[in-house]
Design a protein around this ligand. Structure first.
Ligand SMILES: [Fe+2]
Ligand SMILES: [Fe+2]
Length: 497
């Protein structure tokens, strides 16, 4: 079987497309897929071909068509004095055509008294020799002023959309390797156009992805904030729930001689979370600590590597992380959208997930409710049963049940979405767009929720007056008539909201 090869081609004239296809034909390769939409960017074409030979790649690189760098192009802006000239616009444009320069922008309005003596041109400076010839000719007839210029998006419209976009991706990911960013751009483009089949406008998809990266960047650092709930679980142990601006909750159990962190939040918030915990005196360097990771989504495990702690978790979660696919071992494991979404969120949120885990102590029970018990976790004077989910939200996701303290940590199988702010809900829209559901298997996820509810209800019917559901997102809640309601008030941490 022949392997395929994807590349991004830069074209500024349709004749170049013909040249690319003749190189491909000459190398006897078939084009599997082409994506070109001049409304988005009239200079960039995405190709997928059935030939991955290095010779062909070299030839494409040498031809200058293959995009290998995303350096923002430099443009030259010319202000041309055309006072007292006869038919100046036609003269200038004919000179430009003869010199074969690429014009990105023209501004001339002969009806405006203030502007009629001036014409503004913007040239793409990718061929300096042609520009020199053009300017030399132009100077013979007109007075010019020239400014080297990097334009804003508004000036360019659809001329360098992808290059600009790739540079934003660089900012969001922190990656320096252009090849990596170009391949990431190809994947995002693939998503944007495959969602088009479902009725979404690719431009909206690009915008949503941009907003996602930007929101993560904007809410980290000095703009970081969190909602904070405090629950006194025993006289010695306090449970803290932190909801960061985006992504999953971070829980912290604090006892006089130990700290247990349950999920880490996104990697991009690591420094902010540490600063917050230090300021609340909840992260003391000399106190022993344990870390538990519920599942492999970046908003729950992406900070583990920064903590330099090996977490307690399910072994399969490490396999899932290594696979780079949040839908690993699920019915949607082959979905490209799941795969690309995993890469994208991981990159934007600067994830540094765990690469190994610690096993749990053996348990005295095989099953609680519908869930297998995979072990016990003892920390902060508590004794948790570790339950393995059905894999509805994600393969390998774990729950924690502390029967004596009436605590159930449900990870992303029970969420109190009603308790989250509008900003957080907006951020979550991207996952809805990409994945239609954040659960890798909807039916199993529904069963998971029902089975967790059954456990909570069984504790309540046995006389537990308060049974706390510690959700993956949203406030610590009580279950009331099948619905989640915040169990405690929240305090706001941070300057922003
Ligand atoms: Fe989550
Ligand atoms: Fe999740």
């Amino acid at each position: 079987m022949t392997s395929s090869f994807s590349f991004v081609a830069r074209i500024n004239k349709s004749s170049k497309l013909k040249k690319i296809t003749s190189i491909l034909t000459h190398n006897k390769c078939n084009i599997n897929k082409v994506i070109y939409n001049s409304k988005i960017d009239n200079n960039i074409v995405f190709f997928d071909i059935d030939n991955n030979s290095l010779e062909l790649q070299e030839e494409l690189k040498k031809s200058g068509f293959m995009l290998t760098s995303i350096q923002e192009p430099i443009f030259i802006k010319l202000k041309i004095n055309i006072a007292k000239q006869k038919n100046p616009v036609a003269k200038i444009l004919s000179l430009a055509a003869k010199s074969d320069v690429t014009i990105s922008f023209i501004e001339y309005d002969g009806k405006d008294q203030h502007k009629k003596d001036q014409m503004t041109l913007m040239l793409n400076a990718d061929n300096s020799q042609n520009i020199k010839i053009f300017l030399d000719h132009l100077k013979l007839k007109f007075r010019l002023s020239i400014v080297e210029y990097t334009p804003s998006d508004d000036d360019l419209g659809s001329t360098i959309f992808y290059i600009n976009y790739a540079n934003k991706l660089r900012k969001f990911t922190g990656w320096h390797d252009d090849r990596l960013i170009i391949s990431f751009l190809t994947e995002i483009n693939e998503i944007a156009f495959s969602l088009k089949k479902l009725g979404y406008d690719p431009e909206d998809v690009f915008l949503k992805i941009y907003e996602n990266g930007e929101t993560l960047l904007k809410t980290s650092g000095e703009n970081f904030y969190a909602e904070h709930q405090i629950l006194q679980v025993t006289p010695q142990t306090t449970l803290h729930c932190f909801q960061p601006p985006c992504g999953g909750n971070i829980y912290l159990l604090d006892s006089p001689d130990e700290t247990l962190m349950i999920d880490t939040g996104y990697g991009i918030y690591h420094d902010d979370i540490m600063k917050m915990l230090h300021s609340l005196d909840l992260w003391q360097d000399d106190k022993p600590k344990k870390l538990f990771v519920s599942h492999g989504d970046s908003d729950h495990c992406g900070g583990a590597g920064y903590l330099k702690m090996v977490p307690y978790s399910y072994r399969g979660t490490i396999d899932l992380i290594k696979s780079g696919n949040r839908a690993y071992k699920s019915i949607n494991a082959d979905s490209r959208l799941e795969h690309i979404y995993t890469t994208m969120i991981g990159a934007f949120s600067r994830w540094l997930p765990p690469d190994r885990q610690l096993d749990f102590e053996p348990a005295d029970l095989d099953k609680i409710g519908a869930f297998p018990v995979v072990g016990r976790l003892k920390a902060c004077g508590m004794d948790f049963y570790v339950l393995k989910s059905h894999g509805g939200h994600q393969y390998g996701q774990l729950f924690l049940l502390e029967p004596d303290c009436n605590l159930l940590f449900t990870a992303d199988s029970m969420l109190n979405m009603k308790s989250i702010s509008r900003e957080r809900a907006r951020y979550n829209q991207l996952a809805d767009l990409f994945l239609t559901s954040v659960n890798v298997d909807r039916e199993l996820a529904k069963k998971e929720r029902e089975d967790l509810t059954e456990i909570a209800e069984s504790y309540m019917s046995e006389g537990a007056d308060k049974f706390y559901i510690c959700c993956g997102h949203g406030a610590i809640s009580f279950l009331r008539n099948g619905r989640l309601a915040p169990a405690l008030e929240s305090h706001h941490y941070g300057m922003s909201k």
